[in-house]
Design a protein around this ligand. Structure first.
Ligand code: PMV
Length: 348
């Protein structure tokens, strides 16, 4: 008998960034963070897990068709083993259940967008892995409980287990048992909110987020100051979301992106995730907001040069027009990316 489950999970883009670990093994963050999960089909990971007693021993994983080694005690391994432990506990209680926890696994995952190019592929990838394996194992755990596992695969992945507006609470416990994701509001709460993804580059980033955040924690003085302001920003953005106050939402989102990149610059040696195009996008949005008298759009950048612009549906045509006017898509970009035009109205 073959047991199989397929689940897809979307990317989430943080408005209050996670950057820094208190515990590098358990992935407990130095600060809480908040993101929006993109709900359309453009940026997703789809993962199939299969368990079969006839497979040769040992789990195997393919990412976009290429086999990846599952390193013992590595992050993917930890996620698989934790979920197996939960399944084993179920099987011990109910002897009639098939012993899926004893079967070797074959896992195949696909991203429909460039991997590791600052488009949060690890978030959707690990969330899809945890969701599909927990579906295969019929685990009763809630998304918040599953987020404890996804977090250990890739921090930001814990937020992709929910749709809409999602907070990852850093938690107080030293074992990470309360460092989990929680939905602040469902996507239906503020359907006017949309995201425009501007692919500045689809190249793999030079400094991984793991290496980058560790270097920032160890060397940046500015980083310690950022930790002081994040709690009030979390409170303020949550109330902005609840009240659908776009102006406050936009100001906080842009401020936090800028503080995060300032901390990267304050790292020794400095980390440059944004490039000249990224900075020009910032100037363009600042100009648009100034001309409008109040923010109509908010930029945010993760560990890469690509921009995500949050705006309301009524402003989206203006924003797209401005972006296309100043950043005409490269001729061959559509071919190179295969699936995405340069400017993609992702929405959510
Ligand atoms: O989950 P990681 O280890 O890839 O880190 C992601 C960090 C940022 O994307 C820069 C910020 C965030 O909160 O998503």
């Amino acid at each position: 008998m073959v047991y199989e489950a397929t689940v897809s999970a979307p990317v989430n883009i943080a408005c209050i960034k996670y950057w820094g670990k208190r515990d590098t093994k358990l992935i407990i963050p130095t600060n809480s963070s908040l993101s929006i999960t993109l709900s359309q089909d453009h940026l997703r990971s789809t993962t199939t897990c299969r368990a079969d007693p006839r497979f040769e021993r040992g789990d195997r994983l393919w990412l976009n068709g290429k086999e990846e080694v599952i390193k013992e005690n590595g992050r993917t391994w930890v996620c698989i083993e934790e979920l197996r432990r939960w399944r084993r506990a179920m099987e011990e209680k109910d002897k009639k259940l098939p012993e899926l926890s004893e079967m070797p696994l074959r896992i195949a995952s696909y991203n429909n967008f460039p991997t590791a190019a600052g488009l949060a592929s690890s978030a959707s990838g690990l969330a899809a892995l945890v969701s599909s394996l927990s579906t295969l194992f019929s685990l009763p755990q809630t998304p918040s409980q599953l987020s404890l596992i996804a977090r250990q695969g890739s921090g930001s992945a814990c937020r992709s287990l929910f749709g809409g507006f999602v907070a990852w609470r850093e938690g107080l416990a030293s074992d990470g048992s309360d460092s989990m994701a929680q939905q602040v509001a469902p996507e239906t709460h503020w359907p006017e909110m949309q995201a425009l993804i501007c692919v500045v580059s689809d190249q793999k980033k030079a400094t991984s987020s793991t290496a980058g955040m560790q270097a920032t924690v160890e060397t940046s003085a500015l980083f310690r100051q950022r930790l002081q302001v994040v709690p009030s920003r979390m409170d303020a953005i949550e109330s902005a979301i609840k009240q659908k106050d776009f102006e406050s939402f936009a100001k906080i989102t842009m401020a936090d992106s800028n503080t995060f990149h300032a901390c990267c610059l304050d790292t020794t040696p400095p980390i440059f995730y944004m490039n000249d195009v990224s900075r020009s996008i910032i100037q363009l949005i600042e100009q648009l907001n100034k001309a409008n008298g109040k923010p109509l759009a908010a930029y945010t950048f993760d560990a890469g040069p690509n921009a995500v612009i949050y705006t309301l549906d009524k402003y989206m045509p203006v924003v797209i027009k401005a972006v296309q006017r100043f950043f005409p898509p490269a001729q061959d970009l559509e071919d190179r990316l295969n699936v995405m035009p340069a400017v993609e109205k992702a929405g959510f």
